[in-house]
Ligand binder design. Structure first.
Ligand SMILES: Nc1ncnc2c1ncn2[C@@H]1O[C@H](COP(=O)(O)OP(=O)(O)O)[C@@H](O)[C@H]1O
Ligand SMILES: O=C(CO)[C@@H](O)[C@H](O)COP(=O)(O)O
Length: 491
């Protein structure tokens, strides 16, 4: 039987690369190639060599080709969704000058604070960019580089985000999309373009940046002969602009202009994120006010400590991640990487409520609860940014869609149900970021709307779990420890 057309959606996230080989007509996942990344650094540093991402992309594609059994000639398009905000600096030949500074590298916190001040405070930033420059934002990382590694900053010919570094390797074109660009803090969600005053503030020339494609779906080029040879794919196939990983998950879930608006999502990965696609441009200092990949917006709250931090606690306790009990009196705020929401970049973890009869399983349960409450506290602000009243029963009853690696874990799902009191949808496919990228690739190959493509694929479908009674006692206990301890968590 002849093979139908296949598109490849790449998720290049913090811990790994996944390449989703997807039937372009039906959205059926034919195979997912995978390759891990190495993140290095101590004392707030988090770095990865961009060449590691390129090698991982090549390995993941090779694995996907082998496991799907599809001939390379069936592949018609590719798109990359990447971890947001990372700073990649290239020389004139396009070679990385040093390892990339990742979204969860908190060394740039002082530069973020100085930038916030320089423009007149948080509101001045949200009015222009939608977001305040916390340590995660690319502008703060660029300022850190200028102060701490001036030789690399001076040698920099081009600045890229992780996903557009990879897109350029594929297509030879320096292009990005509004979604990922809106995480730099030098792109304005107000004007839909780089902001000349902000570029001047950080001493960057626009010619060093990729061109912003109108949406992440646009075809920005074709697979070059050199990339085609390294990947074992046909030269000339469509390459889309791609986007950031959260924006891509929104596409994969069918959220955006042609699909569901104002419906909340919780992503459980290295980061915990809550977001929704909406038509209202967000400008709340409590959130990141990103652009989405399809012309709508993506208000988003992000924590630095989610699945990886909880897995670390399980490892310290020598427990399987599912060998767990509710925390009881114990409260554990697992801020092992500092924190972003709330903005506590130098924080470390905190344990309270320890008793003689506290069990290791309760301590692990308390870590899940601490991570879940921290990210879920941003949910009401996301709903408000969509113009909704979180107290409205119709809004409170909207299901929460769970994505990211943690959504595959029973304890994560049950902890979120218990602490949110909401119905929860766990999409059957665990690879929403990669599937969103596959929809962007299909859109680049056919010119159809990417959200409509993902909606027709039904990649966001899954069983809806009914709400359970909300555990307000734990919600309030964890929240109260966080509120009282927050300032003292800073080192
Ligand atoms: N079955 C599972 N149960 C609970 N957690 C899981 C499961 N599978 C993967 N994870 C978690 O998912 C995380 C990786 O998720 P992913 O969304 O790929 O992360 P990232 O995008 O940050 O690279 C790991 O930290 C791991 O703890
Ligand atoms: O910084 C953010 C969002 O603003 C993170 O969500 C990164 O995009 C990394 O995501 P994961 O690797 O955890 O998926």
């Amino acid at each position: 039987m002849p093979h139908s057309q296949v598109v490849i959606g790449v998720d290049s996230s913090t811990q790994s690369t996944k390449a989703a080989f997807t039937d372009a007509a039906t959205g059926r996942l034919l195979a997912v190639g995978r390759a891990p990344h190495r993140v290095t650094g101590e004392a707030g540093a988090r770095e990865t060599d961009p060449e590691v991402w390129w090698q991982a992309l090549c390995e993941a594609v090779a694995m996907g080709l082998k496991e799907s059994g599809v001939p390379a000639s069936a592949v018609t398009g590719l798109a990359v969704a990447g971890q947001q905000h990372g700073l990649v600096v290239l020389d004139a030949a396009g070679k990385p000058l040093r390892p990339a500074l990742l979204w969860n590298d908190t060394r740039s916190a002082p530069q973020a604070a100085a930038l916030t001040e320089a423009l007149g405070g948080p509101d001045a930033w949200t009015a222009r960019t939608g977001s305040v420059p916390v340590a995660s934002m690319t502008a703060a990382k660029w300022q850190w580089l200028r102060e701490n590694d001036p030789a690399s900053a001076e040698a920099t010919a081009a600045v890229r985000l992780p996903h557009d570094f990879l897109t350029e390797r594929l297509a030879g074109t320096a292009a990005t999309d509004p979604g990922d660009a809106s995480g730099t803090c030098w792109y304005s969600t107000q004007t839909g373009a780089y902001d000349p005053q902000l570029l001047a503030l950080v001493g960057l020339d626009e010619s060093m940046l990729p061109t912003v494609a109108p949406t992440g779906a646009v075809r920005v080029g074709s697979l070059t002969a050199s990339a085609a040879e390294q990947l074992g794919l046909p030269a000339g196939i469509a390459v889309a602009a791609g986007t950031g990983d959260n924006m891509s998950a929104a596409v994969g879930l069918g959220l955006g202009g042609a699909g569901l608006l104002d419906h909340p999502v919780l992503s459980l990965g290295t980061s915990g994120t809550v977001f929704a696609a909406t038509r209202t441009r967000p400008a709340s200092a409590a959130l990141s006010g990103f652009a989405a990949a399809d012309g709508t917006f993506l208000p988003l709250g992000c924590t630095l400590n989610c699945t990886l931090a909880v897995d670390k606690v399980a490892e310290l306790l020598r427990l399987d991640r599912e060998d767990v009990a509710p925390g009881g009196e114990a409260v554990l705020l697992p801020y092992l990487d500092g924190e972003r929401t709330p903005d506590l970049p130098t924080a470390s973890g905190l344990l309270t409520g320890l008793r003689h009869d506290t069990t290791p399983q309760q301590l692990l349960g308390a870590a899940y609860e601490g991570a879940a409450v921290t990210v879920l506290r941003a949910l009401d602000e996301v709903l408000r940014a969509c113009g909704l009243d979180p107290a409205d029963p119709a809004v409170a009853g909207r299901p929460l869609r769970l994505v990211g690696g943690g959504a595959q874990g029973r304890t994560w799902v049950e902890t979120v149900r218990r602490l949110s009191g909401r119905p929860v949808i766990v999409p059957e496919s665990g690879e929403l970021v990669a599937l969103g990228a596959a929809a962007l690739a299909a859109s680049a190959a056919t010119d159809e709307d990417p959200v409509a493509i993902a909606a027709s694929w039904k990649t966001g479908d899954g069983p809806e779990l009914p709400p359970v009674a909300r555990d307000m006692e734990t919600w309030e206990r964890v929240g109260s420890v966080l509120d009282r301890a927050a300032p003292s968590l800073l080192s």
